[in-house]
Write a protein that binds this ligand. Structure first.
Ligand code: AMP
Length: 305
């Protein structure tokens, strides 16, 4: 059974201190699907675009075995557009604009065969839409959910309702603090896990990620990189690598979940090396394995000589 992904499919305009792109491929569902496709293709994508969405992008996704039957193309509408600007501290970004366009009236309708999916990754979109997708799945067994500050600010109650149905919740450190109004991340993690998700992952940008379960706190480093061209999509690529690996292995043991966190970080590190989705387009499984092993080298040590 395939992995089901819902989220935004976007045309992004991104500016960093190093370069600038206009209307490049982006969106949470796009990054998640591409990252997951290296582990568990086909990935079933649910989303919406306008009829301005370039054919070369759908072809590229199809080459990665992303099933696009669930991608609605709305005639006469434009694709969702997002603009962001990064500063020298690449952990800080300003949203320049968000044009919902085709997203404004999006009603996700799952093709029948998608409804049997057991593993679901709810990428960052309005929590009401995430819930609408989840409600159409007959027997969801492993639900991973991402979000962003916008929904915590505007739709907290809907998000809290959704969290009761989610197994893994992924958000970044400032979002965790915002959701709980608790500055200490360990205390915030406890509070979020009481909201529903058994497993919580708090991303800390270039400082890695923390995994919280009932009996574990696991701290994963970020891959030390000299070149970060475009951090856009790092969080989504993390979610895609994490969920894709767990879907492939069907092993939800604590040790395998830690490995999935490292695979998530691995895919995020490839994502940021190039603009837009380019860093995820031409990887080999061998490259992914090599970088996964590098993570062990940078984070393991012997207690004595
Ligand atoms: P990330 O860098 O992982 O937070 O994800 C960036 C992606 O999120 C970009 O490609 C955007 O197109 C997409 N995005 C930005 N704002 C929104 C929003 N309000 N809803 C859905 N997707 C968004």
């Amino acid at each position: 059974m395939s992995l089901l992904v819902v989220g935004s499919v976007a045309l992004d305009s991104v500016e960093t201190p190093f370069d600038k792109v206009e209307a490049a491929l982006g969106g949470s569902a796009t990054y998640i699907s591409l990252a997951a496709s290296y582990f568990s293709a086909p990935v079933e994508l649910v989303g919406v675009v306008g009829d301005d969405f370039p054919k070369q992008y759908t072809e590229m996704l199809e080459r990665h075995n992303v099933d696009l039957e669930g991608l609605q193309i709305i005639k006469g509408e434009k694709t969702f557009r997002w603009g962001g600007k990064y500063h020298y501290d690449l952990n800080v970004r300003d949203t320049l604009f968000t044009e919902l366009n085709a997203f404004e009236n999006f009603n996700p309708v799952l093709p029948d065969r998608y409804k049997k999916s057991r593993y679901i990754c709810l990428g960052n979109i309005d929590p009401i839409l995430q819930m609408r997708v989840l409600e159409q799945v007959s027997d969801p067994q492993f639900v991973v959910c991402d979000t962003m500050n916008l929904w915590i600010n505007l739709m907290k109650l809907d998000l809290l309702k959704l969290l009761k149905k989610v197994h893994v919740f992924i958000l970044n450190d400032s979002e965790a603090r915002m959701l709980t109004e608790e500055p200490n991340l360990i205390k915030a993690a406890k509070l979020i896990r009481q909201m529903g998700p058994e497993i919580l992952i708090i991303k800390k940008g270039e400082h890695g990620a923390m995994l919280f379960t009932n009996d574990t706190i696991f701290s994963a480093p970020a891959y030390p990189m000299e070149i970060i061209f475009d951090p856009t999509g790092a969080g989504d690529s993390f979610a895609g690598g994490f969920t894709g690996y767990l879907h492939k292995t069907r092993d939800l043991s604590p040790e395998n979940i830690k490995r999935a966190v490292i695979y998530g970080s691995t895919m995020a590190s490839f994502c940021v090396e190039k603009f837009s989705t380019k860093g995820l387009e031409d990887l080999s499984y061998l490259q992914i394995q090599d970088r996964f092993r590098e993570f062990r080298k940078i984070s393991s040590f012997n207690e004595t000589d």
